[in-house]
Ligand binder design. Structure first.
Ligand SMILES: [Zn+2]
Length: 202
């Protein structure tokens, strides 16, 4: 994520239903309504009313939290007790492809060399989830998580690998390959650290 997106935060905009929303709610409603019309559906039918009035806008409000700094999980750290390189595998990733607005999902392996502090493993997973909730590309997301974590926890080396299936490819039959891997490295991991990471991502 760029700094622009982080600082250019849209604060709660709309309150048609008495609730405040972090996205432009009426634009989201209108957009979904128009899309339904475009594909020949009847937006005011009983089965679709809630779709554009509430469900899709609400889903996109949640699924774009990664662009809003106020939704970022707090990254409390603990003193590192002898851990020289932390490797966490199988962190779930669910994100949205910015080309097709369709999900890509899979797992992340995150490793870092703590400065003097480590972060709880559940926080690591929550951080990945927060970053993933935006319209992005897999390569970009991998970089954002690596650089974001390096900043958040002051780690001198961070390695991130994401392996994901893209529904825009799988559902449209564009490619037979279902898994795509991308890797990002911040700092200069030692040979030993690289080897440990490679073993974890094998
Ligand atoms: Zn796509």
């Amino acid at each position: 994520m760029t700094d622009d997106i982080q600082t250019d935060t849209v604060e709660s905009v709309d309150d048609i239903d008495g609730e405040t929303h972090a996205i432009d709610w009426s634009k989201a409603q209108e957009g979904v309504r128009l899309l339904l019309e475009a594909v020949g559906e009847e937006p005011d039918s009983a089965k679709l009313q809630e779709t554009w009035q509430r469900r899709v806008p609400s889903a996109f409000e949640t699924l774009t939290q990664g662009t809003r700094i106020e939704a970022k999980p707090e990254m409390r750290t603990f003193e590192a007790s002898g851990e020289s390189f932390v490797v966490k595998e199988d962190i779930p990733v669910y994100s949205l492809c910015e080309h097709h607005l369709l999900p890509f999902f899979g797992t992340a392996t995150v490793a870092y060399r703590p400065d003097s502090e480590v972060v709880g493993l559940s926080k690591l997973a929550r951080y990945v989830r927060w970053q993933s909730r935006q319209l992005t590309m897999q390569e970009q997301l991998t970089q954002d998580i690596a650089h974001g974590l390096a900043d958040e926890i002051g780690a001198s080396a961070v390695m991130v690998e994401i392996s994901a299936t893209h529904l825009c490819e799988a559902m449209r039959g564009v490619e037979t390959k279902t898994e795509t891997s991308s890797r990002a490295v911040v700092g200069e991991p030692t040979e030993h650290e690289r080897r440990r990471f490679n073993e974890a991502t094998r």
